[in-house]
Write a protein that binds this ligand. Structure first.
Ligand code: GLC
Length: 648
């Protein structure tokens, strides 16, 4: 391990940095105090990753000096924000948190347009706004902005970096934290580093993973998945000018970065702090599962990918302790929780992570009209570390991949393969009698994997019901939409409303007219905001109004139900009715029983079961604040959800 004398040398080097040296002494001391407190968290992952390199200590000192500079450059109001966050570390775990996710252009035209929509967001109760990739992407096709050419520029179609900083401040004054994407696994092949690599600069060739022939790519391929088999077969692309194969997990124009090279790590952490210094409060770290490659493995979820995230966290903490890191790791259930840290790294990795398993299970419940698999699979997941939180969602901008393990399925008597195939068929309209109107994404004939696209409302049945003018089906679809939102609100974590879902927007086929988008059917559920429809949102005679006003009531119920704080453990439990999904939220804040009927029929939960779970005496449904009669069995209407709590 690294001696304390090294720590002292590093402090010296930091103090000599011209920018840092200009700080008041007390500010300098604050940085050094953090360095002391977080020293072990900084050194442990970095030593594992790069400690074997000859120049490790030099590199470490240089990297920490750069962090010191970013600290020195952090604007005063953001230092103040850091203080506030340190005083209230559970700020993002509170039941008042509500996320909203939107494409800047499709929601409001530009960054300044977003500022004009703050009133709309406030009305909904939003406290966290994720604006989809907005850093300068390559021109032409760019995977929805996930092929970044310049991390220090905003997409010129949306505004400038100054506009972003201005928007972040304005949002913060309205109690909304800004989240943006940081695509840290790959760059566009037009990024400056890639250009230099192509021009023959070996320093920059080492920023990527390049191979002179097929020997290693073939060896790696034996265990790799294909992420976008329709767009591009395999994980490597050959470039004639380079005469090399380049690692390209996603599209051909997205080059994977080489984190075996510590220079890449340092560049990325500097970019993170640069963005944090613009006022970004949450960084969504894209595709983190792929950040480390190891021959003989599928190169996903490698221990080193976790160490990189832990090192990001520790270093960001030195300069911008208020910054939150969010893991975008859409992986199978056993691989997910570790992104929030485990063992010595518990709550020392990402603060928040997408709960893709919950998302999948909710759709599975609705298709099957049964909650058995969801209950078991979620029970099988370990608890998350204290101080961290899920990000819960029912739909996002990506396709749905059925993250269901063979083991979980087998435990409830299902065949994993067959169940995944059933869900794909159900949600792409291939299953007789389905309510869903989704489409297939990236069908892979090699393993029969069929992922699903479609807007939340269309997948929940609204599109088909409206097309058939079948009003009882419309009613059921609205209830499904509300049930999905209800459960992401109640499960624990920051729930995300995906733009347009609050007003039930359907599939949008207009992407087919844009040659840069037409190939990628995920655009079917990335619509333009329909502000005319939104104008109907208060009219409960309309479908829009039914969805929106009920959603607002849900938001209000969540805000006042403090036991929904993310620190309150969640236990999926058996309601003794396969068609009812039951969650127990339990900690000293209180106990809440969430019961969700996942079918279009009435369902009953026996009062004995409720008594067994400790729910006796006077009970209240927190959603309506109405008392519940406990002397009879509890009947749930089609798709009804109840939040049961004992009256104080
Ligand atoms: C993430 C994004 C997805 C993108 C991929 C590659 O999974 O959510 O939209 O295609 O990363 O950047």
């Amino acid at each position: 391990m690294i001696a304390t004398s090294v720590q002292n040398q590093i402090k010296q080097q930091v103090s000599q940095d011209a920018t840092f040296a200009r700080l008041y002494k007390y500010r300098q001391n604050q940085f050094f105090q953090r360095l002391e407190v977080y020293w072990d968290d900084v050194i442990r992952p970095l030593h594992h990753l790069y400690g074997h390199l000859d120049n490790f200590e030099l590199w470490l000192a240089d990297t920490i000096t750069r962090i010191g500079r970013a600290y020195a450059e952090r604007p005063a109001d953001l230092h103040q924000l850091d203080e506030k966050r340190l005083l209230q570390p559970d700020w993002f775990q509170k039941s008042t948190m509500l996320g909203y996710v939107a494409y800047t252009e499709r929601f409001a035209g530009s960054l300044s347009g977003v500022a004009d929509k703050i009133a709309y967001l406030n009305e909904l109760g939003v406290t966290y706004l994720h604006l989809m990739p907005l850093l300068q992407p390559r021109h032409g096709a760019n995977d929805g902005g996930y092929a970044v050419m310049d991390y220090r520029q905003v997409n010129s179609r949306l505004g400038s970096m100054a506009d972003l900083a201005h928007l972040a401040t304005e949002l913060r004054h309205n109690n909304i934290s800004l989240c943006i994407d940081l695509v840290c696994n790959h760059t566009a092949k037009e990024h400056e580093w890639a250009n230099k690599a192509r021009a023959g600069d070996t320093t920059y060739q080492d920023y990527y993973l390049m191979f002179p022939d097929r020997t290693l790519p073939d060896a790696y391929e034996e265990n790799l998945r294909e992420i976008f088999p329709d767009f591009k077969p395999g994980n490597f692309t050959y470039y004639d000018d380079l005469q090399k194969w380049v690692w390209t997990t996603f599209n051909e124009y997205q080059w994977d970065l080489n984190y075996h090279n510590p220079a890449v790590f340092t560049e990325m952490v500097e970019i993170m702090l640069y963005l944090a210094n613009q006022g970004v409060e949450i960084l969504r770290l894209d595709a983190v599962a792929f950040m480390w490659k190891r021959l003989g493995t599928n190169c996903e979820n490698q221990p080193e990918a976790h160490l990189i995230l832990q090192a990001f966290r520790a270093l960001c903490r030195l300069a911008a302790p208020g910054l939150l890191l969010k893991a975008e790791a859409i992986v199978s259930p056993p691989d997910l929780v570790p992104y929030l840290g485990r063992g010595v790294a518990a709550n020392k990795e990402c603060h928040i992570a997408y709960h893709n398993v919950l998302m999948v299970m909710l759709w599975s419940c609705l298709a099957e009209r049964k909650a058995v698999l969801a209950t078991k699979a979620l029970q099988n997941m370990p608890p998350i570390p204290g101080g961290t939180s899920w990000v819960t969602y029912a739909r996002c901008h990506d396709d749905i991949g059925w993250a269901i393990t063979e083991e979980d399925a087998a435990q409830v008597g299902l065949d994993g393969y067959a169940h995944r195939a059933f869900l794909s068929d159900f949600y792409t309209g291939r299953f007789e009698g389905t309510f869903a109107a989704g489409t297939t994404f990236q069908f892979n004939p090699k393993n029969n994997d069929r992922r699903v696209n479609g807007s939340l409302a269309s997948l929940a049945g609204l599109e088909t019901a409206v097309a058939n003018a079948n009003w009882s089906e419309v009613e059921l679809a609205i209830r499904r939409i509300l049930l999905l939102h209800n459960l992401i609100f109640a499960y624990g974590g920051i729930p995300l409303i995906y733009m347009g879902d609050e007003i039930g927007l359907l599939n949008d086929h207009s992407y087919l007219d844009d040659p840069d988008l037409a190939e990628d059917s995920r655009w079917i559920h990335r619509p333009f905001m329909d502000w005319d429809k939104a104008a109907e949102r208060h009219d409960t005679q309309t479908i829009t109004g039914r969805i929106y006003t009920n959603l607002c009531q849900l938001v209000a119920a969540r805000q006042r139900t403090k036991v929904l704080h993310a620190e309150t453990a969640v236990y999926p439990i058996w309601a003794n009715n396969d068609h009812v999904f039951a969650l127990l939220r339990d900690n000293p804040r209180g106990r809440l029983l969430i019961l969700a009927n996942v079918t279009e029929n009435h369902q009953t939960v026996s009062r004995h079961r409720l008594h067994e779970l400790g729910f006796t005496g006077l009970l209240i449904n927190r959603l309506t604040e109405q008392p519940i009669n406990m002397w009879q069995d509890l009947t749930l209407e089609p798709y009804q959800v109840i939040w049961l709590q004992q009256a104080p």
